[in-house]
Design a protein around this ligand. Structure first.
Ligand SMILES: Nc1nc2c(ncn2[C@@H]2O[C@H](COP(=O)(O)OP(=O)(O)OP(=O)(O)O)[C@@H](O)[C@H]2O)c(=O)[nH]1
Length: 270
């Protein structure tokens, strides 16, 4: 037994909430107990109501109305407020002593890449004895354009190095990927730097060749970037990602030996 959580991050609209709902649904069907935690003070509605909700502490709407902040400044204010009131979160989490939590985070990537707020939250969760894995969602549209893919990879890598927790990149919305891209997907899931640089060179001006090669080599040298595809319509794909997340935080080790499943090899992304 122990405390486990997934910190679900990624840019705005990348499918974080859908990922969380899909995992909740999958676990419910498997009679497995997980709880949703909403860390987005601007969230509107959830199919699975969160067990813990930052909006009970502070909402972006109130901050904008009462303090006159814009949406981005307001969000940073909400998190600074949360940092000053971590006892609130500790108390909320107190009810979940031997549990598995899915934390749905906001889509402003500054929180993971520029300012250390998510890092502090991850560290605090670890101090409260949670095993934490970061799930970084990037939407599949990124793989249709190598320049966008580079940008996505950079943001994912930046979040990974900032948070210093086990990290899994998830390529969301695979049901939207066109057939011709599906045939070439491997190069994006487990990137080949030469192919990536070639692709990028075709769509950028000559003066960016060296930069493209440098980014592709960076991706290769650190062997840090790989993606797990998520097709929410395919249970095998959901189970595969969950088994990787479980493995990263050693969930279930005291219950049964766990290896990530290989079912994805047969998964159909249609
Ligand atoms: N077709 C398809 N649409 C998806 C999928 N995941 C998310 N979407 C759609 O993409 C939009 C954004 O999804 P969300 O899950 O709300 O994304 P988010 O990252 O939580 O968004 P923010 O919290 O606003 O940053 C919604 O319209 C979803 O219906 C998916 O797997 N397939």
């Amino acid at each position: 037994m122990g405390r486990y959580c997934q910190l679900v991050m990624g840019p705005a609209g990348s499918g974080k909430s859908t990922y969380c709902q899909t995992i909740m649904q999958h676990c419910e069907a498997a009679k497995r107990r997980v709880h949703l935690v909403n860390l987005d003070p601007a969230a509107e509605r959830f199919e699975y109501p969160p067990s813990i909700d930052i909006r009970d502490l502070i909402t972006l709407e109130d901050v904008m109305d009462e303090l006159g902040y814009g949406p981005n400044g307001g969000l940073v204010y909400c998190f600074e407020f949360l940092m000053e009131n971590m006892d609130w979160l500790e108390e909320q989490l107190g009810d979940y002593e031997d549990d598995y939590l899915i934390l749905d985070c906001p889509g402003q990537i500054e929180l993971y890449t520029h300012i250390p707020i998510m890092r502090q939250i991850a560290q605090q969760l670890q101090l409260w004895n949670f095993q934490v894995v970061g799930i970084y969602c990037l939407e599949s549209q990124f793989i249709e354009d190598t320049a966008k893919y580079f940008a996505g990879v950079m943001s994912a890598t930046s979040a990974m190095s900032m948070l210093e927790i086990p990290h899994i990149n998830v390529m969301t919305k695979m049901d939207l990927v066109s057939d011709d891209v599906k045939d070439n997907m491997d190069r994006y899931f487990d990137p080949d730097p030469l192919l990536l640089a070639d692709d990028a060179n075709r769509s950028t001006r000559g003066k960016f060749r060296e930069l493209n090669a440098a980014i592709a080599n960076l991706i290769d040298e650190f062997s840090m970037v790989s993606f797990l595809p998520l097709n929410v319509k395919d249970e095998d794909s959901v189970a595969y990602i969950l088994s990787h997340a479980d493995n990263a935080i050693q969930w279930g080790e005291d219950q049964e030996p766990k290896e990530p499943t290989n079912e994805i090899e047969d998964a159909d992304y249609e």
